[in-house]
Write a protein that binds this ligand. Structure first.
Ligand SMILES: Nc1ncnc2c1ncn2[C@@H]1O[C@H](COP(=O)(O)OP(=O)(O)OP(=O)(O)O)[C@@H](O)[C@H]1O
Ligand SMILES: [Mg+2]
Length: 268
């Protein structure tokens, strides 16, 4: 695999919470996270609820400040949001007052892509997410899965260096979810984007990933990194697939078992 696209080094995040009456408390969400994503790689992050996955993505997106450590994209420190990163979150964050077409063109405008190019680019990405006929529709007339597909098209259209996805399929039914996973792998193979994807689902992680980063409970550290050495297209019911699933389930169960894993963390 190619060179490093994203490097996260000794990342730490402490939230300071204003309790009122001049009192503050703090909560450490991320203790010490190190990870690297290579150019063109699809990496997923999995870990217990509340361990700091969204916080990590928000920091990489430049929407939250870090407490300490380094986050480098193409060797440069991230210091705020930017069009070199595309973001797709679980809540469908389309602009309700814009049509599908204009939702997608929004990022193009922000990036200063000439207006004469917009239609061609917009149509290419709408085709990738199989929504060619919905160009003129407003988001409220789309299903959840369709909204998420527009969100993906919008994030890809302005050609970011890195696509950040935080449980983008979490709110969808199982069937839609499976088909969007396949669609994402197809788009990824075609565009060779670098993708960092957060999920709760072991099956989704094994289906999508080149590598899976398993986080500990909060405050998070990297518990394990698993290379998924399975040919694509992946068969969810094949023996090797199921073995990966089992290995991950075990790791996560051990993590939730707490005491044993704390000792391990010290050893590691
Ligand atoms: N803006 C914030 N202010 C204060 N605390 C926060 C804030 N955002 C997150 N936290 C806290 O940081 C911790 C990590 O939250 P985060 O949302 O990153 O977890 P997560 O791993 O994404 O969880 P889930 O799997 O449920 O989505 C939690 O304890 C949460 O309460
Ligand atoms: Mg989250």
């Amino acid at each position: 695999m190619g060179r490093s696209k994203l490097i996260v080094r000794n990342l730490r995040k402490i939230f300071r919470i204003d309790e009122g009456f001049g009192r503050y408390s703090s909560i450490t969400a991320i203790d010490d996270v190190n990870l690297e994503v290579n150019e063109g790689e699809l990496v997923t992050i999995i870990g217990p609820s509340g361990c700091g996955k969204s916080t990590l993505l928000m920091i990489i997106a430049g929407l939250y400040d870090k407490t300490s450590g380094e986050v480098l994209l193409d060797g440069a420190s991230i210091n705020g949001p930017g069009l070199d990163r595309g973001v797709v979150f679980q809540e469908f964050a389309l602009f309700p007052w814009l049509t599908v077409r204009n939702n997608i063109c929004f990022g193009l405008k922000m990036k200063g892509v000439p207006a004469s190019e917009h239609d061609r680019i917009m149509k290419r990405y709408l085709k990738l997410v199989k929504l060619e006929e919905f160009e003129k529709i407003f988001p409220h007339r789309l299903s959840g899965g369709m909204k998420q597909r527009v969100g993906i098209a919008r994030a890809l259209a302005y050609s970011p260096e890195l696509l950040l996805m935080d449980e983008p399929f979490g709110a969808l039914d199982a069937q839609t979810r499976t088909s969007l996973q396949q669609m994402l792998v197809d788009i990824w193979s075609e565009t060779r984007k670098t993708i960092l994807f957060v999920t709760h689902s072991v099956r989704e992680a094994v289906f999508l990933s080149d590598r899976i980063v398993v986080l500990s409970r909060r405050p998070s550290r990297v518990r394990a990194v698993i290379d998924v050495d399975l040919p694509r297209p992946r068969q969810r019911l094949s023996q090797p697939f199921l073995r990966y699933e089992e290995e991950l389930e075990e790791l996560i169960a051990r993590e939730l078992g707490d005491k044993a894993s704390k000792t391990e963390a010290r050893v590691a």
